[in-house]
Design a protein around this ligand. Structure first.
Ligand SMILES: [Zn+2]
Length: 553
């Protein structure tokens, strides 16, 4: 058994989302977070992707537990999929467990899964590893960093964090525990890079309260606030300010309703009696008494806000006089969707307030001065930037080198699949594993392989050709003219003579086929497919998906 610690990111390094990491010593392994991400191939029926957990197959008997830092989708969303493959216990906070359970229910997994709820400063022995859960501040509640004692030294995984000394809900970040580890000695700090390009400190969650108060004071109609469903601090602020201005709150959108329900049930939200109203109840209120808290800040077509902006959402549309508050940042890639939605909201005569115009959103991630506070508290030997696109990881490295005095060799930039080996003395990337990603079909919870996505993409760009050939099962002779139907193929349809020529190409391919080919259905299909493909590509430049169907009579 080797006496080195291996850190292997399965996702979340050099990309936004899909955070997941394996930590291995000898024949024991912990999985830290199991997040989902958002693939670029959204147009092909794929909404989300998850790490390719097949890589873990060779360690099947070694995985001790899955430890979750917090409940955001990019840390939690892949949990059902990894649990279906490896049924190991899960350790997380109460709130994360609440979100995890609703997710596991959707996958019918609640009966089989053991979730251990832990408190801040709990220390749990997980085989050779000892994990302490350290409270950090973030846009969500009940979030942890992980201090993991290993035989070669302690590593600290920050999870997502910012240094918020005045959060809306719960206690501030537990810097004292980080300093305690710093005094003891920390081998490596794996640290959130999402905001490493941003100078200064990230404002407290409280910083948005004045702007909300102003907006509520100015509004002359209904107020519609759209935020991330997971922004529990923000939701509490909207509830508080609504109460202060004698408005009632109607929560719309499935994920918003679910998160409010979980946070309320577990005691994280403070909701005065009678503050929340249903859609039916708002019909009896006048506009100045109404706040709607809705999903859809990213312009998602199926979310409440987009639908209210273009058509009815459960009987509600945006109207003249409404004030719409977009209390969220733009996730890269969503700019066009959001811009279109904002246009639709203006068309309806509503006023819209975006992040750029008022302080209605603050980030949940550490900016450079937060990174300074964390790094100086922990005083690690090595800094390993995690969570973020490569640009952010690189700037994290630059900041730590130029402003915190770390030597180049003590800052390690890793990528997904890298095996970072630490033996207490040195740290180096010794290997790279091929770790892909798995797509999840947006119709539900089905995994689909990358070949399927590739075919969908090819059909979308190049079109589809079906080819029906009818042959005599004894002689292998063509019994009828080959039937060719095309859909969406550029320069190749019934309007020109190419279809006729293509039929002849297929006929001569069959006539020229060897006896073996004619006897074997799959060989024959492949033979005509290749011939037809060559013909179409040569004459039109198109490379459609070709689907041969063989009828034997
Ligand atoms: Zn997060």
């Amino acid at each position: 058994m080797s006496s080195v610690l291996e850190i292997i990111p399965l996702g979340g390094i050099g990309e936004f989302g899909m955070n997941c990491m394996a930590v291995r010593y000898g024949d024991e392994m912990l999985i830290l977070d199991a997040g989902m991400g958002f693939p670029e191939e959204t147009a092909y029926g794929v909404d989300v992707c998850i790490p390719d957990f097949d890589f873990l197959e060779e360690y099947r008997d070694n995985i001790t537990a899955i430890v979750l830092t917090h409940g955001h989708e990019d840390h939690l969303g892949a949990l059902p999929y990894i649990l279906k493959k490896f049924n190991v216990p899960v350790y997380c906070s109460h709130f994360t467990a609440g979100l995890a359970e609703t997710k596991l229910e959707e996958h019918d997994l609640t009966g089989d899964t053991l979730i251990h709820r832990v408190e801040p400063r709990d220390v749990v022995d997980l085989g050779i590893f000892t994990v302490e859960f350290i409270r950090v501040s973030h846009s969500l509640v009940d979030c942890f960093s992980l201090a993991i004692r290993t035989p070669v030294g302690t590593i600290i995984h920050t999870g997502d964090y910012k240094v918020d000394e005045t959060p809306v809900i719960g206690e501030p970040i537990d810097l004292r525990s980080f300093r305690r580890y710093g005094q003891e000695g920390v081998l490596a700090l794996l640290s959130d890079s999402t905001n490493a390009t941003v100078p200064g400190r990230t404002p407290s969650e409280r910083a948005v309260i004045p702007a909300f108060e102003e907006i509520f004071a100015e509004a002359r109609g209904r107020i519609i606030v759209s935020a991330f469903a997971s922004s529990i601090h923000r939701i509490q602020i909207v509830l508080d300010v609504a109460q202060q201005f004698n408005r009632k709150v109607c929560v719309l959108g499935r994920s918003m309703q679910k998160n409010v329900e979980v946070a309320d049930r577990l005691g994280y939200l403070d909701i005065p009696d009678g503050l929340l109203v249903s859609l039916n109840q708002i019909k009896d209120l006048n506009d100045l008494e109404i706040v709607m808290l809705v999903t859809g800040s990213q312009g998602e077509a199926r979310a409440a806000l987009s639908q209210m902006a273009t058509q009815m959402y459960k009987g509600v549309t945006i109207e003249e006089g409404d004030t719409v508050v977009l209390s969220a940042r733009i996730i890269p890639g969503n700019e066009r969707l959001i811009s279109r939605m904002i246009g639709n909201i203006y068309k309806r005569g509503a006023n819209i307030i975006e992040e750029k115009r008022r302080l209605i959103h603050v980030s949940g991630h550490a900016a450079q001065e937060d990174i300074r506070i964390m790094t100086e508290a922990v005083r690690p030997k090595y800094v390993v930037p995690i969570h973020g696109e490569y640009r952010m990881l690189f700037r994290h490295k630059e900041f730590v080198k130029n402003h915190l005095g770390f030597a180049e060799d003590n800052i390690i930039l890793i990528e997904n699949g890298d095996v970072l080996e630490l033996d207490g003395e040195r740290a180096m990337i010794v290997n790279k594993k091929e770790i892909g990603r798995t797509f999840i079909d947006d119709s539900g919870f089905e995994e689909i392989d990358s070949e399927t996505v590739r075919q969908r993409k090819q059909m979308a760009y190049e079109g589809l050709v079906t080819l029906v050939i009818t042959i005599d099962s004894n002689t292998g002779e063509l019994q009828a003219q080959p039937e060719i139907v095309t859909r969406g193929v550029r320069g190749f349809d019934s309007s020109n003579g190419l279809l006729r020529e293509a039929q002849m190409v297929v006929a001569s391919a069959i006539a020229g086929a060897s006896r073996e080919t004619l006897r074997d259905e799959s060989l024959l299909k492949e033979h005509v497919r290749v011939e037809l493909k060559r013909f179409i590509q040569k004459l039109t430049g198109s490379r459609p998906v070709i689907m041969p169907v063989l009828v034997q009579v």
